[in-house]
Structure formats: C-alpha cells, structure tokens
Design a protein around this ligand. Structure first.
Ligand SMILES: Cc1ncc(COP(=O)(O)O)c(C=O)c1O
Length: 394
C-alpha cells in the first residue's frame, strides 16, 4: 500500500490558488498563513493526476463523449460508501455545487418565494437566495455549548408561518462539521412533504466523515426524504479537486426530476466538460486508499488542535467536526468585539481564517479554521494565535 505524505509542504503561491494568491485582495496582505478557502494544501491523489496527464498525451482536445463508465463510477461510489442506491436516470452533472443550488433555486422557486436556511451556515446559500430575489428565512441552529442541534420546533413554526417553497440543508453542516442524525433528517423530510417544500441537500462534505462515521444522505433516509430531496454532491472537497469543477445532482422523485432535468438538459447546464469527468472517474475508481489515509490525517489534526487549545489556549473552544476539515473555534471567552477578534487573527497572528460572522450573525465571536494543511503548519498557526493572545495578557 502506498503511503501518501500529507506532511509534505507544498508551496501553492504563484499557482493561481485563490486561498494563497487571493490573500492580498481579501485580507490586504499576501504575507499571511492561509487557513480560509475550503480546499486542502495536500497533493491530489496520483491516480487523478495520471488520468489527466494521460489524456493530455493526445494532441486534440475536441468535444467529448461522457462515457457511461463515468456515471457508473458515481453510482458505485454512492452505493459502496453511503449505501445510497441511485439509478442512472436519477443522476446528472452540474458545473459546481453552488451552481447546482442556484439552478435548483431558479427552477423550483419564483422571485419573492421564501427559502429556509439554518445559520450559521455556508454563506453562498443566502447569497444565491437573495441574489435571485428570493427571501432567505433563517431557522438558526441551537448552540448547546459543545455541539449544535437543529431547531425542529422552530422549523415547524417557520414553515407554518412563512410557507417557504424550499429549504437548503447542509448535510453534513459547514461551518460546524455536524452530521445530522437519522431522526433529524426524517423530521425535516416529514415537514417538507407535509408542506410541499423542496429540500436541496448540499452533501459536498459527505465523503469526509471522521472517526468511522458513515454519511447519511438525506434522500436515503425514508420515502419522505426521497420524495422531497434534490441532492448535490461532488468529488471536489473529497479529493481536493474543486478547480476541476465536477459535481452532480441526484433527484429520486420523478415529479421533481423529470421537468428539472429536462430544463437542465435543454439549456445544456448539465453538459459535463471532459476534464471534469476524467478527474471524477479517476477519483471515484482509484482514490479510496488515498481518502482513507487523508481522513486519518485530518483526524490527527483535529486531535492536535483540540489538545493544543485545551492545554495552551483554554479560552478557545474547539467544536470537534464530525465531518470535513473545517474547525469551528469559539473565541467568545476572549471577550473581544468581533472586529477586534478579526484584527487579532489577521494583523497580530498573521493568519487568514474565515470570520464566523460570514456564516450569519450567529457566528460572531467564532472563527472557522481550515486544518487541511501539514500538521507542523497547523501547529505553527496555533502557536501564533497563542502568542497573540498572550500579548494581550488574556
Ligand atoms: C457546503 C458547501 N457547498 C458548496 C461548496 C462549494 O462547492 P462548489 O465549489 O462545487 O460550488 C462548499 C465549499 O466550501 C461548501 O462548503
């Protein structure tokens, strides 16, 4: 078995990486450690690079067929990894998960319609809804101090009162890395079905379940959830290939699927670019061993950060993610205003993290830390945070 080296430092500066080359524009300085944009500083699984390289040996890059083996690789992956049974007709391509969300919002709702989100949540949900002149209705998550829960009673009330057309679910939930349990998903499905609501379930982080957890796709829970759900997924987060822009949509219910897929098809929104399918198929067919090692490494990084904070920065509380490589850091015990907190991380610790308020007002006092970097660099970042905090005598 090949051992992949996630400790290897890779200099991404100058490669056009948003995470590194976008620092100056976003944070006003290129000289920061980048721990924001949700991609990884690790080498991609060699099988993916090999597949792309092999294709480039041919000198013509014309229009391409999408091979059946590509669709089969997704179907087999979903079944093998998540027990999610999907047929070819229930599956189509989408050029990115956020674009898949935008397509679903445009197709299944009209201007002025209400769409439920649950903050703190991945900020493009609100941007897509509001940018398309729909109304985002927030059902905030309940913060229990060491974990978050979905407010099912709140959801029922909002649905009764606001009559939303749709809901956008983040499963697992970014930025907190929550795995929703079967009962919670079943409740959402029941509420949606009773009220004629379409649920878009963004499952882009679903392959990155930590510590032996198994992802539970919303549409696989029961008949209600299958009937209401548009599932969005991708190999992009899983295999560190978001630059390839390769995602997919699954819709089980033919009443939703047939008109939606027809619309995608006649507008060619679901036409798959050749590099995207090549990379995805290589990942799904040959990336499993790499993924296993990656998950172990990320679990090690979560442990390292959690121990570091407990032992050396007890005022920072780590919400341990159940999925993915993003850590929700509770900084409220520092007693700083949110603006002061951002200043502490960026100007004093020289780190670029996502500030929690990006994900909704509920995130004020939190920071989101991307830990998909070599462990030594993650620890260095923690030391810089420790020093900045100590300098304030906190
Ligand atoms: C929940 C969630 N959805 C979607 C995306 C982005 O997906 P894409 O680049 O395919 O639009 C991200 C990236 O961080 C994410 O966290």
């Amino acid at each position: 078995m090949k051992k992949h080296d996630f400790d290897k430092h890779i200099d991404r500066r100058g490669s056009g990486a948003l995470k590194w080359d976008g620092l100056e524009e976003r944070y006003g300085s290129p000289d920061l450690s980048a721990m924001w944009v949700a991609d990884m500083d690790f080498e991609v699984c060699p099988a993916i690079i090999d597949a792309l390289r092999r294709r480039l040996d041919h000198p013509v890059l014309g229009y391409a067929l999408t091979p059946d083996s590509y669709w089969q690789s997704i179907i087999e992956w979903l079944d093998r990894r998540h027990g999610f049974k999907v047929s070819r007709e229930e599956l189509t391509f989408t050029p990115g998960v956020v674009k898949g969300l935008a397509l679903a919002v445009n197709f299944f709702s009209r201007e002025g319609d209400k769409i439920v989100i649950q903050q703190p949540v991945y900020h493009p949900f609100r941007m897509v809804i509001e940018g398309n002149n729909r109304v985002a209705v927030n059902n905030p998550l309940i913060d229990r101090g060491d974990h978050y829960e979905m407010d099912i009673a709140g959801l029922r009330e909002i649905v009764d009162r606001e009559k939303p057309r749709m809901m956008v679910l983040c499963n697992p939930h970014n930025p907190i890395g929550i795995q929703w349990d079967r009962e919670t998903l079943a409740e959402v499905g029941r509420i949606a079905r009773e009220n004629g609501m379409v649920v878009v379930s963004d499952e882009i982080h679903g392959d990155l379940m930590l510590n032996g957890r198994r992802h539970l796709p919303m549409a696989a829970v029961n008949d209600d959830t299958a009937a209401v759900t548009v599932t969005l997924g991708a190999p992009s987060k899983t295999f560190n290939i978001p630059g390839m822009v390769s995602s997919w949509i699954v819709v089980k219910n033919p009443k939703l699927r047939e008109p939606f897929f027809h619309w995608l098809e006649c507008n060619e929104f679901n036409e798959a670019p050749m590099p995207a399918t090549l990379a995805a198929e290589a990942a799904y067919r040959n990336g499993e061993e790499w993924l296993g090692q990656l998950l172990e490494y990320i679990e090690g990084n979560v442990d390292a950060i959690d121990s570091f904070c407990r032992e050396r920065i007890p005022k920072l509380k780590v919400y341990r993610p159940q999925a993915s490589f993003l850590v929700w850091l509770d900084c409220r015990a520092l007693g700083m205003s949110h603006e002061r907190l951002i200043d502490l991380f960026v100007r004093e610790a020289r780190l670029a993290l996502n500030d929690g308020a990006m994900f909704g007002d509920e995130g004020a006092g939190f920071m989101r830390l991307n830990i998909a970097s070599p462990r030594a660099e993650v620890i260095k970042a923690m030391e810089r945070i420790e020093k900045a905090i100590n300098n304030h005598g906190l």
